[in-house]
Design a protein around this ligand. Sequence first.
Ligand code: URA
Length: 238
Amino acid sequence: MKRARLDNFLRTRLDINRRDVRVLLARGCVKVDGVLATEINQVIDQFSHISLDDEVLQAYQPTYIMLNKPAGIVSATRDEKHTTVIDLLDCDDKASLHIVGRLDYNTTGLVLLTNDGSWSSRITEPDQKVSKRYRVTLEKPLTPEYTEAFAAGIYFAFEGITTRPAKLTILSGHLPEGHVAEVELLEGRYHQIKRMFGHMDNKVVALHRFSVGNLELDASLQPGESRALTEHEVNNIK
Ligand code: URA
C-alpha cells in the first residue's frame, strides 16, 4: 500500500502551501477515517478516507476480484484492438485496478485484479513463494524425465537464468483429452510454461491456471465471469 504524509497529500490535492495545511489542521477542518487530523506528518495510504469539512478528498475502497479468463483475451488494462480482462469486469472502479500476474492471450483461468499494490506484491514477488498451479495439455506424450527436468530448473538463455524448481505431475493416462500435466510454479516469467515445455520439444496446446497460492478458481464462474474475493480469501492468500 502506498504511504504518504497527510501534509503532502493536502498540498498536492488542494494546491496549497505547507502553512495553509497547518491552518486547516488547526481549525479542525480535516478528518482521516472519520477522526480529526491534527499532525502534519500523519501517515495515510491510498485507502484512507480523507475529508475537508463536508468535501470528500479521497475515498478509495480496496477492491479484490477473481476472474475466469477465457482464451482470446488480453491481460492488459487497455488495448487498442483486443478485449482486455478489464473490459470483462462489471464494477465501478475499473480504472484503478491492476492485474496480479498476467496470463497469455490464449491461456485460460484464474486472474486476480486489485487496486491494492501491497497485496499484489505479496503474491507476485518471487521471495514470497506464492505458487501458481496450471493444467497443461501437450502435443506429445510426457515421460518421467519431464518431472526431473522441471524440478532441476530449465535454463533460459535469453535471460541467462535457470528457472526455480517447479513441480510437474503427469496426469495423462487417466484422461481422454490426451497428454496432460499439472505444473506448479513459484515464479512467473514471460511465457514460462510454454518455454519450459519448448525446451523439451513439446508444444503446449492448452494452458489453464486453476490456483494462485491457496486460492482456487471458483468452479461456479463461467469463462468471462468474475466475483469479488471474500475478506477471508483476501487476508489468507499464501
Ligand atoms: N506460462 C505461460 O507460458 N503462459 C501463461 O499464460 C502462464 C504461464
